[in-house]
Design a protein around this ligand. Structure first.
Ligand SMILES: [Fe+2]
Length: 229
């Protein structure tokens, strides 16, 4: 992806998020120059993968297959061993009309996906087989505390205010319908480096062509700008 495209996605996502009354934390707005001045006190942001995250999943066409995410809070996967610290995570996502996040499940992360406003969020569901393929068995899911059963490959539509609980190993693919959707994610500790099992192989962190300077740093930019750890 080009940096100019990432910058413009950031600007429009920030505007959309604010318009729905959700505000990002202070570190969202640090400039690359400010990042270079940060010390060990800010290490949690880097260590726990917080911040801006934009991906086209290697598609080359962000509007068709892509996702905007901002990780607001997260623990470190190591916390599972000690049961200390944050064992939870929160993200805010922007899903465009018909923009697909490809079919995937998580090995360790259970997540609630919440429609926080805008259009509808459509989620297609499959159970997984023991060898990680798509199962043809009915899927039982909880939507806002109410169990429902859908056929393999059926979709659940979430209106603003509605949410769904996705347990580990439950395949899901989603897209927006009828407009851009502001989506919340509340989950167990998130590790995007190891915990995503995509049904078809995709690129999670795109290579970036630096055609202009970064507006704000992506999570994947921290290593080049942050010296404080
Ligand atoms: Fe997911």
């Amino acid at each position: 992806m080009k940096r100019s495209q990432i910058n413009s996605i950031m600007r429009s996502a920030d505007e959309f998020i604010r318009r729905h009354g959700f505000l990002l934390p202070p570190f969202a707005y640090w400039t690359p120059d400010q990042w270079r001045t940060k010390g060990p006190e800010s290490a949690e942001i880097v260590r726990n993968q917080l911040g801006w995250d934009i991906t086209d999943f290697g598609s080359g066409d962000f509007d068709k297959v892509g996702l905007f995410l901002f990780t607001v809070r997260n623990g470190h996967p190591e916390n599972w061993k000690t049961k200390q610290g944050k064992l939870y995570a929160e993200k805010i996502l922007v899903v465009q009309d018909q923009q697909i996040t490809p079919m995937h499940f998580h090995w360790s992360k259970a997540e609630d996906i919440i429609n926080r406003g805008g259009g509808k969020l459509v989620i297609q569901l499959f159970n997984s087989t023991p060898d990680d393929r798509l199962a043809d068995t009915p899927v039982e899911v909880s939507t806002d505390g109410v169990l429902r059963t859908v056929k393999a490959g059926d979709v659940v539509r979430l209106e603003p205010g509605e949410s769904i609980t996705l347990p580990t190993r439950l395949y899901h693919k989603f897209w927006g319908e009828g407009g851009k959707v502001l989506v919340g994610e509340v989950s167990l500790v998130n590790d995007d480096k190891t915990d995503n099992r995509f049904y078809e192989s995709v690129g999670r962190f795109p290579a970036i062509e630096e055609d202009e300077s970064p507006f704000h740093l992506l999570y994947s930019d921290y290593a080049r700008h942050y010296k404080g750890a």
